[in-house]
Ligand binder design. Structure first.
Ligand SMILES: [Zn+2]
Length: 428
């Protein structure tokens, strides 16, 4: 998960909006109460209490299998076995490398996909051994997102122990490619090309901390590597020829002056510049890596369009002010990242149901906009939320990342996640 702003938005909080949300919320809390009061829930809860040691064991085992970007396969294979051991059917790895299994409801109707990402941000060779200090476990990736993976397994077992029937089939997925340049590739494949793409009608990603925090908006991002090319030449002898470094510098200066709104939060950055061969050569190639993000699809499009236009203007200007007798400057913006933006409305049943569940456990709901696997379904209009793994964790994406597996909180987190999944899937 990429952390972002925490915001709580009901457009302008109009009275009608508050009233509508309150009424939808009331509808959502009935089924939640029914699930929590059921004999199955009691049975599942007893099981969860007794399953704690296995949760801890699996958390450690999974974390100690490295899963660097684009190299999730070893962890995926281990996770596949665990999904199978937990009694799911149709357990398989898809073409993208996602691993998944089904817990059948009626068996052919709508599905709820529950996903947790397998990949970490840490490169090959990172020491991923878990260092234990009491219940405080430290290791790269342990919170984000090994804890999400382990939580999902515990939920599957709890659902089976409680013998819960569900109205929708449940698809449990350990997915690849969430972090960084993975660019949400695992979930993009799952929802755009995978075999269940037409059946997934609700989507839950487990990839956050506090379970009161419900991510219902996806920060979109567009990333480019722009290569400015020209004929090059001797800095003294060929002086006067077009220079791609001047064109890129001009583009950078124009980009720096763009105005973007702070609400909805919209940002842009040049993260790397490269190029040239020597101090006394007009370069033939220079490049820059650019990142633009927004909470709003419209604002993201605006900044993206403005950026592409100013690159073109800078190129034209350079070709206009210096000699093109050896050739012109050109610029090739190559898309290197595309995280779709999107939002699940506050009034959507999946948001209200999740809210009702977290409230029923005494947690305070708050809504956030972030960049997670849920961006993809949100952008496609599939209702989606990203929920927390529970427990206390910190230092995500840092080598000293840790999570606290204190028993009471860890056990409670399984119950919360299980109840959210059940309430979204429906219990007949
Ligand atoms: Zn994550």
């Amino acid at each position: 998960m990429n952390r972002s702003t925490l915001t709580s938005k009901c457009p302008a909080l109009a009275v009608c909006c508050v009233a509508a949300v309150a009424s939808i919320h009331a509808q959502a809390s009935g089924p939640v109460q029914k699930i929590r009061a059921s004999a199955q829930f009691t049975q599942a809860s007893t099981f969860i209490d007794g399953d704690y040691d296995r949760f801890v064991k699996e958390l450690i085992a999974l974390n100690e299998i490295p899963a660097p970007p684009f190299k999730e396969q070893a962890r995926a294979t281990a996770y596949l076995d665990m999904l199978r051991q937990d009694g799911l059917s149709d357990v398989e790895m898809d073409t993208a490398g996602n691993v998944m299994g089904v817990r059948k409801g009626p068996g052919s109707g709508p599905m709820v996909a529950i996903v947790a990402h397998l990949d970490t941000v840490f490169p090959e060779g990172t020491d991923v051994k878990v260092k234990r200090q009491g219940t405080r476990f430290a290791a790269p990736g342990i919170g984000d997102n090994t804890r999400g993976l382990a939580l999902m397994l515990a939920v599957v077992r709890a659902l089976n122990a409680g013998k819960f029937p569900t109205t929708s089939d449940l698809l449990f997925v350990g997915n690849v490619g969430e972090e960084g340049e993975g660019d949400l590739s695992g979930v993009k494949y799952l929802l755009r090309q995978g075999k269940y793409k037409d059946r997934i009608k609700n989507f839950i990603a487990i990839d956050g901390g506090d379970q009161g925090n419900i991510t219902r908006g996806g920060v979109g991002s567009m990333r480019y590597r722009v290569i400015f090319s020209g004929p090059g030449g001797h800095s003294y002898g060929a002086f006067g020829l077009v220079n791609p470094a001047f064109a890129m510098g001009n583009a950078i200066a124009r980009f720096a002056k763009l105005q973007v709104p702070s609400e909805p939060k919209t940002t842009f950055n040049i993260g790397a510049v490269r190029g040239g061969t020597s101090v006394n050569s007009i370069p033939s190639d220079v490049s820059m890596d650019v990142d633009m993000r927004s909470e709003s699809c419209a604002e993201l499009k605006k900044v993206n369009d403005a950026f592409l236009a100013l690159v073109k203007q800078a190129v034209d200007e350079e070709n206009g002010v210096r000699s093109t007798r050896q050739g012109k400057i050109s610029a090739e913006p190559k898309l290197i990242g595309d995280r779709p933006c999107g939002e699940t409305p506050l009034t959507a049943p999946i948001v209200q149901t999740t809210t009702a569940v977290v409230k029923s456990f005494g947690l305070t709901p708050n809504y956030s906009i972030s960049s997670t696997d849920s961006n993809v379904p949100m952008n496609m209009g599939i209702p989606a939320v990203t929920i927390g793994r529970g427990g206390v964790s910190d230092r995500a994406h840092a080598p000293d990342e840790w999570t606290d597996v204190e028993r009471k909180g860890s056990v409670e987190a399984v119950k919360v996640a299980m109840t959210i999944i059940l309430a979204v899937a429906g219990v007949p």
